[in-house]
Write a protein that binds this ligand. Structure first.
Ligand code: AHR
Length: 503
């Protein structure tokens, strides 16, 4: 089948905020302990952080990492994670029914962020705690000195403030599962007051208020409207989350789910505009999509721990989805959606980064390797920076159970003016037909193919393991070419690919 697109240099969606390729690390399962932190690991650095994991994260060039949760943050005392390690308390983590040793806290996490070259995005606890703990945390992290909390930070070994710009006002506060769950009125008022206090400390900080945990939530989208009516003037972003699953093992339905993501973004954009109009405001609010990924492979095996049948284990294996080739396509589709909606989605965080529903997997005392989904995330983060192009696409479609008119070829494109490159990301959803894809390039001058990577596999269920870490991996593509101003590339059935054009 044939598909065509037109890309014009001046026909753009938006400048992409680099933070569209952020990630998330929670005190959950083995994300922190034996994920990033493992004092006895052969590659551990002076801070007891795994060097092998640091290398893999550096390769991804992650711009920002959200921390420390997640559901965990809603009963977290940030003060438990500061001061001498031997004095730090072990606490029961009510969100995941585990024991938290607090060996890693803000100082250790900040050092790790420095090692991998990323920024911190910190969440405050608006579940079991509130404004006071939040403002103290902000002061501890960002104030230069001469106050109780900033001097305590210095005493604990960190002279300079970390100057964290981005702060989340709680996590998924619409979810009944959340410790300290609130209704939209209660949360909206608390978030507004907390935001006011944080802004009184520093007006330049960027604040993220909780939107819905999912578009299936019964309170969605009224939640967004109520919360924004309380907070519009004092926040910068509204947070959305979405996880993807293929329980029914139907690839056609599964691979159409980014349409649901797109609908969610567009609807919340509408709510933002509604509140903006109601308030006669000049200010814009954007979306921070700070949790997204495939999450379903591990649900069954986690039940015992989450129901408390195993007591309170420390850092057990939880949410350890082993991703397959089909998930490569899904993650490619999700990232394409974010690029196409980069006018309103400014921040997005893959959830999570290591071991817990993550692109990187580790064995305690052993290897670290790239899961299948590492690759589409890597390609987008490395090469998806610049200006998102508003492509005009013509492609045959199919109907899934939930959506009509799903294009077989799902495409996004990014123009990087500085480098003089155009990068095209494409997923072919067709099970057995090749898509002959051509893009008419207008206004870019002479271009040639400078890189072409392809991911295909005969088995949608193929996975990477420590024994076979390269079972699903990209290979160099063949046959993509530019003739005149037309890029031609064949998209094999069920494939992900990236084509880069330059001079
Ligand atoms: O990422 C796993 C969990 O998913 C997070 O803790 C929570 O915010 C969401 O429900």
């Amino acid at each position: 089948m044939k598909a065509t697109a037109v890309a014009h240099k001046n026909f753009t969606v938006s400048e992409i905020d680099d933070r569209l390729y952020g990630a998330f690390l929670e005190h959950l399962g083995r994300a922190i302990y034996t994920g990033i932190y493992e004092p006895d690991h052969p590659t551990a650095d002076a801070n007891a952080m795994r060097g092998d994991v640091i290398e893999l994260v550096k390769e991804l060039d992650v711009p920002v990492v959200r921390y420390p949760g997640g559901n965990f943050v809603s009963a977290y005392n940030w003060e438990d994670g500061i001061g001498p390690k031997q004095d730090r308390p072990t606490r029961l983590d009510l969100a995941w029914h585990t024991a938290e040793s607090n060996e890693v806290g803000i100082h250790e996490f900040a050092e790790w962020c420095k090692s991998v070259g990323t920024e911190m995005m910190l969440a405050v606890n608006l579940g079991s705690r509130g404004l006071d703990a939040a403002r103290n945390f902000v002061e501890y992290v960002n104030h230069p000195g001469g106050s109780y909390w900033s001097d305590l930070r210095k005493k604990n070994g960190q002279e300079e403030p970390w100057n964290v710009k981005l702060w989340c006002l709680g996590n998924e506060m619409d979810g009944p599962w959340q410790i300290g769950h609130k209704d939209a009125e209660e949360y909206g008022k608390l978030a507004a007051e907390t935001a006011k206090a944080i802004r009184a400390f520093d007006k330049s900080l960027e604040l993220v208020v909780c939107g819905s945990s999912h578009s299936n939530m019964p309170t969605y989208p009224q939640w967004e409207a109520t919360v924004l009516e309380h907070t519009y003037d004092v926040v910068d972003y509204i947070s959305l989350h979405m996880y993807f699953a293929n329980h029914e093992k139907n690839a056609g339905n599964y691979l159409a789910l980014n349409q649901k993501l797109d609908d969610y973004i567009v609807a919340v954009q509408g709510v933002i505009n509604y509140v903006k109009a109601k308030k006669r405001s000049k200010k814009d609010i954007y979306i921070s999509f700070d949790e997204w990924n495939v999450w379903y492979h591990s649900r069954q095996q986690d039940r015992k721990i989450l129901e408390g049948q195993e007591g309170w284990p420390h850092a057990p294996a939880l949410l350890e989805d082993v991703y397959n080739f089909e998930d490569v396509l899904q993650v490619g589709l999700i990232l394409n959606t974010f690029i196409r909606r980069s006018d309103v989605v400014k921040i997005a965080c893959i959830a999570q980064l290591v071991n817990v529903i993550a692109p990187i997997m580790t064995e305690k005392g052993g290897d670290a390797w790239r899961q299948t989904i590492y690759y589409p995330y890597y390609f987008a983060s490395r090469f998806g920076r610049g200006t998102a192009l508003d492509l005009s696409i013509d492609c045959p479609t199919y109907d899934s159970d939930a959506f009509s008119g799903v294009a077989y070829a799902d495409v996004s494109a990014v123009h990087n003016q500085e480098e003089g490159t155009v990068t095209v990301f494409a997923v072919n959803r067709h099970p057995d037909e090749m898509v002959d894809f051509s893009v008419e390039l207008q206004g870019f001058g002479d271009m040639r193919v400078i890189d072409h990577r392809v991911m295909t596999h005969g088995d949608l269920n193929a996975v990477n393991t420590s024994a076979q870490p390269d079972e699903v991996a990209p290979r160099k593509g063949e046959g993509a070419s530019v003739s005149g101003d037309i890029l031609s590339v064949s998209l094999p059935p069920y494939s992900y690919q990236m084509v880069r054009l330059g001079r």
